[in-house]
Design a protein around this ligand. Structure first.
Ligand code: NAP
Length: 296
């Protein structure tokens, strides 16, 4: 007898509000709809809601209204400023007292901002979880993100059915701040990998070894890993449409420095990605670091 493993079966009763339909938020919200959740969306640029409403979501006028009609609200926004604006803005999540609801920030922000969001939520009797993710657009589409959670066990348990749809695993790491710290740490390793791969390919190329041959050597050996394999096609095609925009990694490296990372490589690494951003590569994919290094 054949056994079918179906991830999306249960009709979910929690009403979910989703704010932020960028590269990550769009596929994540879609997966929740597919999983049977009732999903209400809000995005600053309203046109980006169309794909979701066509998939079955409804739309809210602003974050405050979204929270009013949801049990749980999730945010997936660019950076600290964007998340604060959505919480504290005129029609933001905190504009009206709505005690007992759960708000989950999945954007990458500093541990300090995350603790601040937790405090202001607490003052408004909202429960708060941080849940940044490791993994990019493909894992977001496939529901195989790694979710790094900080907050109370009670809120984590409430959110677990949502995390089970969005990710292959969720780690409850402790109090708010732990999830953001883990996220900044893993993105430091990501940046080291990207910089190392770009430098390796350019060094080989300058000495007569083709990109194709050098990438094969990397990926066939023990130095090859998920990220070297994932980014190889873009290096070969010299084309870098954003899966993870370079400007977001610059932000994460800056946040890691501000959170106390003072290791020997963080400073040149930040300078390198920051230089690439200043060259106009911020909206391209993180692997576009190779374009800026080639010009050195
Ligand atoms: P993105 O494509 O740039 O989308 C950003 C979203 O934030 C958009 O919905 C944008 O709205 C919204 N936004 C920005 N500023 C805002 C403001 N002031 N008020 C309201 N909304 C605002 O970003 P993404 O790639 O989805 O990344 C989202 C978060 O996940 C970031 O923190 C990133 O570091 C993190 N992350 C990304 C990846 C990845 O591979 N992409 C992987 C892991 C984690 P508009 O549509 O109106 O611009």
């Amino acid at each position: 007898m054949r056994t079918f493993v179906v991830k999306y079966t249960v009709m979910n009763k929690l009403k979910l509000g989703w704010i932020g339909l960028g590269n990550m938020g769009n596929p994540m919200a879609k997966n929740l709809i597919k999983a049977g959740f009732e999903v209400i969306v809000f995005n600053r640029t309203k046109e980006k809601e169309t794909e979701l409403t066509e998939a079955g979501a409804t739309s809210a006028d602003n974050p405050q209204q979204l929270l009013e009609i949801s049990d749980v609200v999730l945010t997936m926004l660019s950076n600290d400023e964007a998340v604060k604006a959505v919480f504290e803005g005129k029609s933001g999540l905190l504009a009206k007292e709505q005690p007992g609801k759960l708000v989950i920030n999945m954007s990458t922000v500093s541990p300090e901002t995350s603790r601040y969001l937790s405090e202001i939520s607490d003052k408004h009797q909202l429960n708060f979880l941080e849940a940044p993710v490791s993994g990019s657009v493909k894992p977001a589409q496939d529901g195989t993100l790694i979710i790094l959670v900080g907050g109370t066990a009670e809120s984590y348990n409430k959110a677990k059915p949502i995390f089970d749809v969005l990710g292959k695993v969720s780690h409850h790491l402790g109090a708010v701040g732990a999830g953001s710290s883990a996220k900044l740490a893993i993105n430091y390793l990501l940046a080291l990998n990207l910089q190392g791969l770009a430098e390796t390919i350019l060094f080989a190329e300058r000495n007569g070894v083709s990109r194709e041959n050098m990438l094969a050597i990397v990926n066939e050996g023990t130095c090859g890993n998920g990220i070297t394999k994932l980014k190889s096609p873009s290096i070969l095609n010299n084309s870098f449409p954003a899966a993870f925009a370079l400007k977001h990694l610059v932000k994460d490296l800056r946040l890691a420095k501000e959170a106390g990372l003072d290791a020997p490589l963080i400073h040149p690494l930040f300078d390198s990605f920051n230089r690439a951003q200043n060259m106009g590569l911020g909206d391209e994919d993180v692997m576009a670091i190779i374009k800026s290094l080639k010009q050195n």
